[in-house]
Design a protein around this ligand. Structure first.
Ligand SMILES: Nc1ncnc2c1ncn2[C@@H]1O[C@H](COP(=O)(O)OP(=O)(O)OP(=O)(O)O)[C@@H](O)[C@H]1O
Length: 226
């Protein structure tokens, strides 16, 4: 799913990621580490939002430099702040916006939006103003907008950050569901990280551990306890 060979990312005057080499072929990968360790930068690289400076990167076999359009079509990004992702006035219109690039016939677009809203329990809220939703409902709306496109890879950056335990569980269940997509999730929620197949631990812009998620999270917890 993701292959990095000695990848570096320089943002402004800073080398934010350095010497990142990874070969990840799991259905779900958690990205963990301290604040400022480079997790979000890694997520943005994988989603094609920013370019790496040196090294070789492949995501779903695609080269983000050469295949940027294809990468954006196949990868959906979900951020921790759902307000930042709401563009359209109503819930249904906001989800439909994600399908605009697909140029579907109106009936097909409406059908897919309705199915997605139902899947995320938002079908009763289709005509509500999107900004009036609760924090948890907005995060579900952001997920809905990502999943309606049937992406091959979902990259989620702290998707449970503002959620209560119930909604965090709901969002995690949707992200981890076996629905034909792969997942890369940046999270400080180590329970969610442990539910992923693999995990990567970042420290100061470098990968310091990668492998079975329980083992990587154990290593992180030991490092934090020191
Ligand atoms: N556009 C930028 N220009 C310069 N420095 C940046 C930029 N974006 C991020 N950084 C720096 O890169 C480092 C890593 O940031 P990043 O957001 O990837 O960390 P993170 O591990 O996701 O942190 P957190 O857990 O706090 O969200 C930080 O020191 C940050 O200040």
């Amino acid at each position: 799913m993701i292959r990095c060979i000695d990848v570096a990312s320089r943002l402004g005057a800073r080398d934010v990621l350095r010497g990142v080499s990874l070969d990840l072929d799991a259905r779900s990968v958690a990205v963990v580490g301290d604040n400022g360790s480079g997790k979000s930068t890694f997520a943005r690289l994988v989603a094609g939002l920013i370019r790496h400076t040196t090294g070789e990167l492949r995501v779903l076999g695609l080269d983000p430099d050469r295949d940027a359009t294809e990468l954006r079509r196949r990868v959906a990004l979900v951020l921790s702040n759902p307000d930042a992702q709401i563009v359209m006035p109503t819930v249904a219109d906001d989800v439909a916006l994600s399908l605009r690039p697909a140029r579907l016939p109106r009936a097909e677009r409406d059908r897919r939006v309705a199915t997605a809203l139902e899947r995320f329990g938002l079908d009763g809220l289709a005509d509500r103003p999107a900004h009036d939703l609760s924090g948890g409902q907005k995060q579900l709306l952001a997920l809905c907008g990502a999943f309606v496109r049937a992406p091959d890879l979902v990259v989620a950056d702290e998707p449970t950050a503002f959620l209560d335990a119930r909604n965090a569980r709901l969002v995690s269940d949707h992200l981890l569901a076996d629905a034909g997509h792969r997942l890369v999730v940046v999270t400080h929620h180590l329970g969610l990280a442990r539910r992923c197949e693999r995990a990567v631990l970042f420290s100061d812009g470098r990968v310091v551990a990668s492998g079975i998620s329980d083992e990587v999270v154990d290593a992180y917890e030991r490092a934090v306890a020191c």
